[in-house]
Design a protein around this ligand. Structure first.
Ligand code: ADP
Length: 308
């Protein structure tokens, strides 16, 4: 069984659904409001746990109701939250306005996530005991670097999702074993819109890259072989929130079980195809049984990786 640690954010998503987003100074009446546990760290941890990994999370929530609920959501998904500290003050929040055209506007307030600037007692041992460390960029860079350094010191594989997109310190790239950007993040990091070209440029700094391409699937590139693309499954998407986090969580579990990367990508594509057909972020992530059932029922020629 794959044992993973996720060093990352936990945010409560506060989502208001409105016909049309308000302009500055305007008040509009919304149709619906939901609070949804999210944050890229928590989402990847839940995705990996549902996909069958044993998962521990390192991060922080506030001492408010949101923090208690996010911890409960992680525990309910089977995630070990011993490394999730509760700190004084508010939890991280994402304030999201979704309009009828599906457009959104988001304000993220890091809250407790902003306190994770270093590892705490027990974190290094937690990382050292893992098969891989999953990182994203919703925590302070010092915290992300501290985790990556600990992983490298113990020979633990690091998997970095470079989101939200931002310039990356050379040290973080040098500590990354697998980089998993979506195509927009890959373009932002390299200046290349073509994912093959972006992958080629990223391989100068990291040994392995998987670029996710939305409904076009994903692309795997290493220094010593030709790139491989794996298709997505043609499904009716109703909510693609956290598709990428579901993909990374499932990918890391399958790869950790010893599957070659293209097979792990196909498994991750199945997990995210199931997730995008349901509303919600973490609540839409499939279980291992659901992923297995999906893989055995779809036509095998849809699931088979294709050479690029
Ligand atoms: P992100 O959510 O980070 O932007 P992507 O949009 O690239 O990431 O999606 C990640 C993966 O989720 C894709 O590689 C694909 O397998 C799956 N996926 C995303 N959107 C769809 C869709 N509309 N239909 C089927 N699969 C999808």
């Amino acid at each position: 069984m794959t044992h993973l640690t996720v060093l990352g954010s936990a945010n409560m998503d506060l989502v208001a659904y409105v016909p049309k987003a308000p302009r500055r100074g305007q008040t509009v009446t919304g149709r619906e409001f939901r609070t949804v546990p999210g944050g890229k760290g928590a989402n990847q941890a839940i995705a990996a746990a549902r996909a069958g990994g044993t998962v521990a999370v390192i991060g922080a929530v506030g001492d408010d109701d949101f923090g208690a609920r996010m911890r409960r959501t992680l525990v309910d998904a089977g995630v070990d939250t011993t490394g999730l500290r509760t700190v004084p003050g508010p939890s991280g929040t994402a304030h999201i306005v979704v309009d009828d055209d599906g457009g959104n506007a988001i304000v993220v307030v890091p809250g407790a996530n902003g306190t994770v600037t270093a590892l705490a007692t027990g974190d290094e041992a937690r990382i050292a005991a893992s098969g891989a460390l999953l990182l994203q960029l919703e925590l302070p860079m010092e915290g992300v670097l501290a985790g990556a350094r600990a992983a490298r010191a113990h020979g633990v594989r690091t998997v970095l999702t470079p989101a939200p997109a931002q310039p990356l310190p050379a040290e973080l790239l040098s500590l990354t074993d697998l980089l998993v950007p979506n195509e927009h993040e890959a373009a932002a990091l390299t200046g290349a819109d073509d994912p093959y070209e972006a992958a080629r440029l990223l391989l100068v700094q990291v040994p392995e890259v998987v670029i996710t391409l939305g409904e076009r699937g994903s692309l795997y590139a290493t220094r010593d072989a030709d790139p491989v693309t794996v298709p997505a499954f043609p499904v009716d998407a109703v909510d693609t929130t956290a598709a990428g986090d579901t993909f990374v969580g499932a990918l890391t579990v399958a790869y950790g079980e010893g599957h070659p990367m293209p097979k792990a990508m196909a498994w991750a594509a199945a997990a995210s195809a199931l997730a995008v057909q349901r509303p919600g972020a973490s609540s839409s992530m499939p279980t291992r049984t659901e992923i297995e059932t999906f893989c055995t029922t779809v036509r095998t020629d849809e699931a088979r990786p294709q050479e690029a």
